[in-house]
Write a protein that binds this ligand. Structure first.
Ligand code: UP5
Ligand code: MG
Length: 190
């Protein structure tokens, strides 16, 4: 079959649940292009774009950047790639994000991986990351957890109802978690 099957896989999970770490392994193993919404937004701050100051303030507060800003960055990244397999990491964060993405991109993820981890473990992981992120402090982490529960979990439930959600136990080592992720991709027959 010469047709190219295109795939969009999303990841969800609270701060420090291991989305970025597992995405790196998925990219390596299954040839996806990794689009981290958080990374794209942090790059906007660094490039001193017109929205940089607003994005910095929003991330410091643990809030969600307006949908049209994030979707535009994702759209640019998708359109500039010739890969047909995209891993949309840490997006959509809210119902508003989800609806904006569907409207502008005209697609929704085929599969969403939800990394499920107890809060105390998320906090421990984020606090020990030590990469100088402006949001890796206990005050912002508490706000990120609150935003995750109130705005992100409804989106997770939406994908669950559509039969697209794979809930992954995100405790244990990086390799143990990837052993839970791998069979999901194997079953997609890529
Ligand atoms: N680590 C990973 N796996 C481990 C394991 N199994 N055992 C022990 N340690 C493990 O992991 C976090 C840390 O834990 C790392 O040091 C790692 O080495 C270690 P990581 O893989 O980075 O977890 P991740 O889930 O990616 O955590 P992250 O903090 O990146 O999640 P957030 O969702 O908070 O961050 P994101 O970058 O997605 O968003 C940041 C902010 O940007 C948001 O709060 C929001 O303000 C804004 N944003 C938007 O507004 N809109 C968006 O669409 C996206 C982001
Ligand atoms: Mg991340």
């Amino acid at each position: 079959d010469a047709r190219v099957q295109s795939w969009q896989v999303g990841t969800a999970g609270g701060p420090g649940s291991g989305k970025g770490t597992q995405c790196a392994k998925i990219v390596e193993t299954f040839g996806f292009t990794h689009l981290s919404a958080g990374e794209l937004l942090r790059n906007e701050i660094l490039s001193k774009s017109e929205n940089g100051a607003m994005i910095l303030k929003t991330i410091k507060e643990g809030n969600i950047v307006p949908s049209h800003v994030t979707v535009k960055l994702l759209q640019r990244a998708i359109e500039s790639s010739d890969n047909s397999k995209f891993l949309i990491d840490g997006f959509p964060r809210s119902e508003e994000n989800r609806v904006a993405y569907e409207r502008i991109i005209g697609a929704e993820p085929d599969v969403v991986l939800f990394f499920d981890l107890p809060e105390d473990e998320m906090i421990k992981r984020v606090l020990s990351r030590n990469e100088g992120r402006v949001d890796d402090n206990i005050d912002t982490i508490k706000k990120r957890l609150k935003v995750f529960k109130s705005l992100n979990l409804p989106v997770v439930n939406y994908y669950s109802q559509k039969g697209k959600l794979y809930k992954i136990d995100a405790t244990g080592t990086v390799d143990e978690i990837f052993d839970r992720v791998r069979p999901i991709f194997a079953a997609l027959e890529m």
